[in-house]
Design a protein around this ligand. Structure first.
Ligand code: GAR
Length: 193
């Protein structure tokens, strides 16, 4: 735990940030855990607007430094970050960061891993592939992050039906409901252990 006695989370996100918003809301006023930083690789990402609206510090990261440089580890350490929460973050996490936060980086994936994961499998591409394959079930996977895409140990899964007539959009809607319901709660449980 950091010296300020809070457990500090950094949320990494590349997009709209609806999961980030749910996590921020969950820990607002929490006695032990707080979202201390939002990290994004995209200047136009909606999540940066959320950070601003919530009064949370934001960090825009640059590709070379993140993937091949120090992985922003000194910046995260200086901020007292204890856990890294990926919520729709689309760059691979470099070894420098994994080594600096062993067992303390988690991700949410919008499918039932080990299926429909890996490079290029994010957001709509996942839902399109699930529907195209004729699956009758999909879901979410919350897992520890290792050096391979969508590969680390599973922490939690939840499922939903894929029904005839579902489109990538309707399936994305069902998945988001599951994510918002479970991700903040699973994070809290894991961190409080
Ligand atoms: C979420 O559905 C998340 O599972 C997915 O991106 C979406 C982000 O939505 N992540 C991946 O596909 C990672 N491979 P949000 O910006 O509204 O939270």
């Amino acid at each position: 735990m950091s010296s300020n006695s809070y457990i500090n989370l950094a949320i990494f996100a590349s997009g709209k940030g609806s999961n980030a918003q749910e996590i921020i809301t969950r820990f607002k006023g929490h006695p032990k855990i707080r979202v201390a930083l939002i990290v994004s690789n995209k200047p136009e990402a909606g999540v940066l607007g959320i950070a601003q609206g919530e009064g949370i510090d934001a960090l825009l990261i640059e590709r070379e430094r993140f993937l091949k440089g120090d992985g922003y580890v000194p910046v995260l350490k200086k901020k007292g970050i204890d856990w890294i929460i990926l919520a729709g973050f689309l760059w691979k996490v470099p070894a420098s960061l994994i080594q600096a936060y062993p067992g303390r980086i988690i991700n949410i994936h919008p499918a039932l891993l080990p299926n429909y994961g890996g490079k290029g499998m994010y957001g709509h591409f996942v839902h399109e592939a699930v529907i195209k394959a004729g699956e009758t079930e999909s879901g979410i996977t919350i897992h520890f992050v290792d050096e391979h895409y969508d590969h680390g140990q599973t922490i939690f899964q939840a499922t939903c039906a894929v029904e005839p007539g579902d489109t990538p959009d309707t399936l994305a809607g069902k998945i988001h409901i599951l994510e918002h319901r479970h991700y903040p709660e699973v994070i809290e449980r894991l961190i409080s252990q």
